[in-house]
Design a protein around this ligand. Structure first.
Ligand code: XMP
Length: 511
């Protein structure tokens, strides 16, 4: 394995991901982790990440000198590289000109194994205020840019390397190749680790950590909490209790699907509690039109229901959260400085459930990696490949007050829409797509009768980061087919609209 030592930079998880992409196992540890502990893990190499500090500041994140005398390959990135120089007797200073963005870099040593299959000139991503003005004894320059004479340097006999740029971001054209070279050629990793191994290793380490402790998991039926639950179930079986709150705002048949997988008929060993809390939610939501109030009510009621179940279980040792890496970033807690984040689907849990510690087995993974683990664990594909579904569920896809009938309408329309999108092979093209119930009723004619019914809005978007989204251009035939079916099959709908608003100005959800 390779260990990434975290100095609080913004791309740290990407570094780990790039290592894993080479089928090399990788773990991230804070720079505060004692060197002894790291040595015990017997890594084949170390990568020091970037970070927000300057090495010459008081209290700047540091590293023990022995780290560099250990004798295994070490690659420092940005801050990590500066730190290596600072400790080993080089000099780091504030640059006259801050370098930020894509920069041309030229290799001074094209034959260096770190640069195998990298052309002499390429673009790298720079983002730094400080730079190395003098290399430590024994080091030589292996690449430079116009503003940065020491863009990459090495001390070959000790296998110590430093990059001022960020090879982990895709803007660095050959960055991936350089990292691959480091882990495969320089550290000598065999590159035969698979995401499958992540599952096995995680199960084993969960088992060690938890022992005979009791564990509680809030299961939403989404990808992340499902994969987390299965990992736990494989690790500790019936010491795990999963609580699934059905708030009556799930998609059609979704509650039953979750129960089929995780309930007593399903393949996993665990205690499954399904709370059918529909009536409670509908009662609290009756007549409430204001979107933020609806969200609040759903969130609070969710907590209350979960709390009541948790009380029945009593004290647990661990609470499982399906937090994945993008959640950590989103909540501004990234890596080193990370404290605990309560997942937005089960917001605020840690405050009221009596437990000792939180376990977040997916904390370092990206969504696509979580999916790979899920498939490896044999979780049904429709669950693993599920599109995102918001915690408040259909509650924010029904504009205005929620009633049982409106929920039924939107569930049925949505099921038809999803079925037709799948038939047309568009389910993997669109990142997120769903039907919503506008609060509008209008006049129509059906048979010879006048109707005065609801309008359904269809939406389909693609998004990389959920901050912006583009509308998917669904072929007319598909839209027409969906429209005809919804009007014919769903009572009290007489019009269907397709929403072609991007985000911004629209949001993905309607409320
Ligand atoms: P918006 O509507 O803000 O949605 O453009 C962006 C993404 O976030 C999802 N979403 C939520 N997810 N709890 C969640 O777990 C929520 O309260 C929530 N609100 C929106 C939405 O489905 C989309 O993917």
């Amino acid at each position: 394995r390779v260990i990434v030592i975290d100095y609080g930079g913004q791309y740290n998880q990407l570094v780990a991901r790039r290592v894993r992409e080479n089928n090399v196992y990788c773990e991230i540890y804070s720079y505060k982790t004692p060197l002894e502990q790291i040595k015990k893990m017997n890594p084949k190499g170390i990568i020091l990440t970037g970070g927000p500090n300057s090495v010459y500041e008081e209290n700047a994140a540091s590293a023990p000198r022995e780290l560099f005398e250990w004798g295994i390959p070490i690659l420092g990135l940005c801050y990590g590289a500066q730190l290596m120089m600072h400790i080993l007797g080089g000099k780091v200073e504030r640059a006259n000109e801050k370098e930020f963005g894509k920069t041309h870099m030229a290799l001074d040593q094209t034959k260096n194994p770190l640069f195998a299959e990298v052309p002499k000139e390429s673009v790298v991503w720079m983002s730094h205020n400080d730079y190395v003005t003098k290399l430590a004894p024994g080091f030589s320059v292996i690449a430079h840019t116009d503003n940065c004479p020491n863009a990459a340097f090495a001390r070959e006999d000790q296998k110590l390397y430093g990059f001022q740029f960020h090879p982990e971001v895709l803007h660095s054209e050959y960055g991936r190749q350089m990292l691959a070279n480091f882990v495969l050629r320089i550290c000598g990793c065999s590159g035969d680790w698979r995401m499958d191994d992540f599952a096995d290793q995680t199960i084993a380490s969960l088992r060690r950590k938890i022992g005979d402790g009791k564990v509680l998991c809030g299961l939403s039926g989404g990808v992340d909490s499902s994969v987390a639950a299965v990992l736990l179930s494989k690790a500790i079986g019936r010491q795990l209790t999963c609580v699934f709150v059905d708030h009556g705002l799930l998609r059609k048949d979704e509650g039953d699907q979750v129960e089929a997988v995780f309930g007593p008929e399903g393949p996993y060993e665990l205690n499954f509690v399904r709370v059918n809390a529909k009536d409670r939610f509908y009662e609290k939501l009756a007549g409430v039109e204001e979107p933020e109030r609806k969200r609040k009510i759903i969130g609070e009621e969710f907590i209350r229901v979960f709390e009541a179940e948790a009380k029945k279980i009593g004290r647990v040792d661990y609470l499982v959260q399906g937090t994945i890496y993008p959640d950590v970033v989103e909540s501004g807690l990234g890596g080193e400085s990370a404290t605990i984040k309560s997942h937005h689907n089960v917001g605020g849990l840690p405050d009221y459930v009596d437990f000792k510690e939180i376990v977040e087995p997916l904390r370092d993974l990206f969504k696509d990696e979580v999916r790979k683990v899920g498939l490896h664990l044999g979780i049904p594909e429709e669950l693993v490949m599920r599109q995102p579904f918001p915690g408040p569920g259909l509650g924010i896809r029904i504009i205005g007050a929620i009633t049982e009938e409106k929920v039924r309408i939107v569930q049925e329309a949505d099921a038809i829409y999803r079925e037709e999108m799948e038939k047309a092979g568009l389910n993997r093209t669109a990142g997120q797509y769903f039907a919503a119930l506008t609060n509008m009723r209008s006049v129509g004619v059906m048979g010879d009768e006048r109707t005065y019914d609801y309008a359904i809005a269809l939406r389909a978007v693609n998004t990389v980061d959920f901050m912006t989204a583009d509308v998917v251009e669904i072929p007319y035939e598909v839209l027409k087919k969906v429209t005809t079916r919804i009007i014919n099959e769903v009572n009290h709908v007489n019009r269907v609209f397709y929403d072609i608003t991007s985000k911004p100005p629209g949001t993905i959800e309607f409320e």
